[in-house]
Design a binder for this molecule. Structure first.
Ligand SMILES: Cc1cc2nc3c(=O)[nH]c(=O)nc-3n(C[C@H](O)[C@H](O)[C@H](O)COP(=O)(O)OP(=O)(O)OC[C@H]3O[C@@H](n4cnc5c(N)ncnc54)[C@H](O)[C@@H]3O)c2cc1C
Length: 454
């Protein structure tokens, strides 16, 4: 069955994926509705985890609720519809997307922001020990996995990070931090195929990060492409064996193959090919941003900063297209700021050729990230609006902690929840004033009282 506008004559804008490039529009769902459009968001979870804070989620500098945006709230608050599902196929001839559930959703205009994944087919056989850096909410599981390793029977746990880009370096630093914070005597190795870390960064940044990692005790292996993984050891091309208890895959990211499979033109790595208006060159009704697109046929650096800057252009162009008005061009900024979280309240900042590190870099990163999150975490127009919203939530809603976080067993650990007398788990929940605790029903773990948010 295809769901459309129910014969209202209103045009439907579909946001496919609740990614960073869509936040600007989702926050303005009411404006879109007032302009005469129906708004639908399709995302596998109610939450988007913000990547800038993800390494801090691993080391628990941030709690999960500080790092996530409730995209369901954003769209429903403005009168839009949230569908918790995954898009399987795009049928542009019939102007619809097909979901995993089998439902089809009609669009008059659609924006795609499906993010990216870490290609891991070569290492899939070791998935029990593997954590890819995408989706970024994997960092939450990883935090607990590292703590679980402990020093059982005097064993010194070994973590292997594969990949020496920004994400790999941040994983190494923040894994170390978890070991230190929990008194675990563990070892972190970083294996990188290239002769340098951060290969696209200025030489000074490459030297700084290598020096920093080595000084913190990370074993840095350069020119060390991992080509084979067995149950508890990896092998580099030259046959060097690296033992591990757990490995983190940070070997780069790539868009999903859904666009190619749906017959839309794509760039070389399957990203949706979009023009200067962020519009598909195959179907003018389809727009897109973030990691899953190829801007004018090429992938921009896959960073949230580009996705976020595409947000206002998508907001304008989706409406302009439907009203036959002029569209805006997206002009990627040639120089951008990237600050690595070094796990010890220091940062490494890279801004074009400028490089600096230390506490001031970390403070700047924290300031930017926290300020950004405030824009999207439960904005309230009327007093009490957020409380009223939470009062209506079902247990399923409350148990949804993100698509990358596995199973109910992990939920308690994942959210830092605590057992409640009589059964169940109390989960610290995000809201405006302080840290209230709400209750939730977890299958197999019992039921506890209704949400209480002051
Ligand atoms: C460890 C790490 C740290 C990083 N730090 C930074 C940083 O500090 N600064 C920075 O600028 N960038 C950073 N990045 C890069 C950043 O993660 C990405 O560039 C950014 O997430 C891209 O945003 P996006 O909206 O395209 O995708 P995402 O944020 O991944 O959003 C995609 C959304 O689409 C949903 N989705 C996926 N498939 C489907 C489907 N089939 N149907 C429906 N929905 C779907 C997903 O669930 C998700 O909600 C970091 C990356 C990593 C891995």
């Amino acid at each position: 069955m295809t769901t459309g506008n129910g014969g209202t004559g209103r045009k439907t804008i579909v946001f496919a994926g609740g990614g960073h490039a869509h936040l600007y529009s989702l926050r303005r769902t009411r404006e879109l509705r007032n302009q005469g459009f129906d708004v639908v968001l399709i995302n596998p979870s109610r939450f988007l985890y913000y990547s800038g804070m993800a390494p801090g989620l691993l080391s628990r500098i941030y709690r999960p609720e500080e790092d996530r945006i409730d995209v369901k709230y954003l769209v429903e608050k403005g009168g839009g519809r949230f569908i918790k599902d995954r898009i399987k196929e795009i049928n542009s001839d019939e102007q619809k997307v097909v979901l995993d559930s089998g439902e089809s959703i009609h669009y008059d205009a659609m924006s795609m922001c499906l993010g990216s994944g870490v290609p891991n087919k070569d290492f899939a056989m070791s998935k029990d020990h593997l954590t890819p850096v995408k989706p970024v909410e994997n960092m939450e599981n990883l935090h607990w996995e590292l703590r679980k390793l402990g020093n059982k029977d005097g064993h010194k746990p070994k973590v292997l990070v594969i990949g020496g880009g920004p994400a790999g370096c941040e994983m190494a630093c923040n894994s170390l931090r978890v070991f230190e914070d929990h008194g675990i005597d563990g070892e972190v190795t970083l294996a990188n195929a290239n002769p340098v870390l951060l290969k696209s960064a200025p030489r000074r940044a490459q030297k700084k990060i290598e020096g920093f990692l080595r000084s913190r005790g990370v074993r840095v292996l350069l020119n060390s492409e991992v080509t084979k993984i067995e149950k508890d050891a990896a092998y580099t091309r030259d046959g060097t064996k690296i033992e591990f208890d757990l490995f983190i895959l940070a070997v780069g990211i790539k868009p999903p193959d859904i666009f190619r499979k749906s017959g839309l033109r794509t760039g070389p790595d399957d990203g949706l090919w979009i023009n200067e208006y962020l519009q598909s060159v195959t179907d003018p009704r389809i727009f897109g941003g973030g990691d899953s697109v190829a801007f004018q046929g090429e992938a921009l650096t896959r960073l949230g900063v580009f996705a976020i800057r595409q947000g206002p252009v998508l907001f304008h162009n989706l409406q302009a297209f439907l009203k036959s008005e002029p569209m805006q061009e997206f002009k990627p900024q040639p120089v951008f700021l990237y600050i690595l979280n070094l796990g010890n309240h220091e940062g490494l900042a890279i801004w074009g050729p400028l490089v600096w590190s230390g506490k001031s870099a970390w403070k700047l990163k924290d300031y930017i990230d926290v300020k950004f999150m405030k824009l999207f975490q439960y904005p309230e127009d009327e007093p009490g609006e957020v409380k009223a919203y939470f009062d209506r939530l079902s247990a399923d809603d409350l148990a949804d902690v993100g698509s990358g976080i596995r199973g109910y067993g992990a939920l308690k650990a994942a959210t830092g929840g605590t057992n409640v007398e009589g059964g169940g788990v109390a989960i610290p929940y995000p809201e405006k004033n302080g840290s209230s605790v709400v209750a939730v029903t977890i299958p197999g773990e019992g039921t506890i009282p209704a949400p209480q948010i002051d």
